[in-house]
Ligand binder design. Structure first.
Ligand SMILES: C[S@@+](CC[C@H](N)C(=O)[O-])C[C@H]1O[C@@H](n2cnc3c(N)ncnc32)[C@H](O)[C@@H]1O
Length: 277
């Protein structure tokens, strides 16, 4: 696919899907789009023409672009750290917590959070917001799945028995795990203000934000802007939980204190030095 065709295809996809594809790492994005188009339709023109009248292809394209691969308790060591150190420390400071799973995919992340909060005895006092760009994923998590056995690999037998109900071959998360949760569509490339209608002011609204394996696909400026917005949404001392292959580095690390593992606390912003008079 030549550059002009790729740019035209990107514009069509942005119009049909509502996602600014320039916010994503371009080489990765282009490889994914080219492979997908070749597999499904052959030519970009045929692909766009079919996309406009084929909702299943549109959803498959959205999944391909946003990559919704996820797991319960993904990167188990980080969840152990959350359970044994980060959560207890947050709960010592605040009786009730506000938690946001930003880019929650099909719910494995917010449900993992809900299980840990329940085990800490804090779920009834927690408000959990789960957001994603993908409406189909949000619909699924809002009704507790259901999840196939292979999707539940990270869930221990004890948790499976305690938090899921089996129907035939599928497992549905118990309603009580979801009772404290709200689900909203949110594009993390956009301004997040107004997404959480339960809080008047999104600024400094959260104690813990899990935003994992999302910014890894964003290009540099979009990633930096997202990190700034996540910081603004945290209370001072609030904690950001990122993916195992992600890190806050360079300018992105300003205003954060690394707590260990993939956890960063919102700290005072580094002062910019004034030029000498
Ligand atoms: C790889 S999954 C990660 C899911 C989960 N956080 C985890 O770590 O297992 C990336 C998720 O980010 C969502 N996503 C991608 N781009 C997004 C955007 N611009 N705004 C909101 N969500 C986005 C996708 O729909 C997908 O659910």
């Amino acid at each position: 696919m030549d550059d002009a065709t790729f740019e035209a295809l990107k514009r069509s996809l942005t119009r049909l899907i509502g996602l600014d594809l320039d916010g994503y790492k371009q080489m990765q994005m282009r490889r994914r789009v080219e492979t997908f188009v070749a597999k499904h339709c052959g030519t970009p023109a045929a692909f766009i023409e079919r996309l406009a009248r084929d909702p299943a292809l549109l959803q498959a394209t959205r999944d391909m672009l946003t990559i919704n691969v996820t797991e319960f308790f993904r990167d188990a060591a980080q969840w152990d750290l959350l359970q044994t150190s980060i959560l207890p420390s947050l709960l010592r400071r605040r009786r009730s917590l506000a938690v946001w799973s930003a880019g929650c995919s099909h719910g494995q992340e917010p449900l993992s959070l809900a299980m840990l909060l329940d085990e800490a005895g804090a779920l009834p006092r927690t408000r959990l917001l789960a957001t994603d760009f993908d409406q189909a994923a949000l619909r699924r998590v809002s009704i507790g799945g259901p999840y196939a056995e292979e999707e539940l690999r990270g869930v221990s037998e004890a948790r499976l028995a305690r938090y899921f109900t089996r129907h035939d071959e599928l497992y549905r998360a118990d309603a009580r795990l979801l009772r404290r949760s709200t689900f909203r569509e949110l594009n993390l490339l956009d301004d997040c203000a107004g997404v959480d209608r339960d809080v008047e002011d999104f600024d400094q609204a959260f104690d813990l934000i899990a935003c994992r394996n999302v910014m890894i696909y964003f290009e540099t400026d979009a990633k930096a802007a997202l990190i700034r917005r996540l910081r603004a949404a945290l209370r001072p001392g609030g904690v950001l939980f990122i993916g195992a292959t992600e890190a806050l580095l360079g300018a992105d690390a300003s205003g954060w204190e690394r707590l260990g593992g993939n956890f960063y606390a919102r700290s005072a912003e580094a002062r910019t030095r004034r030029p000498a008079a």
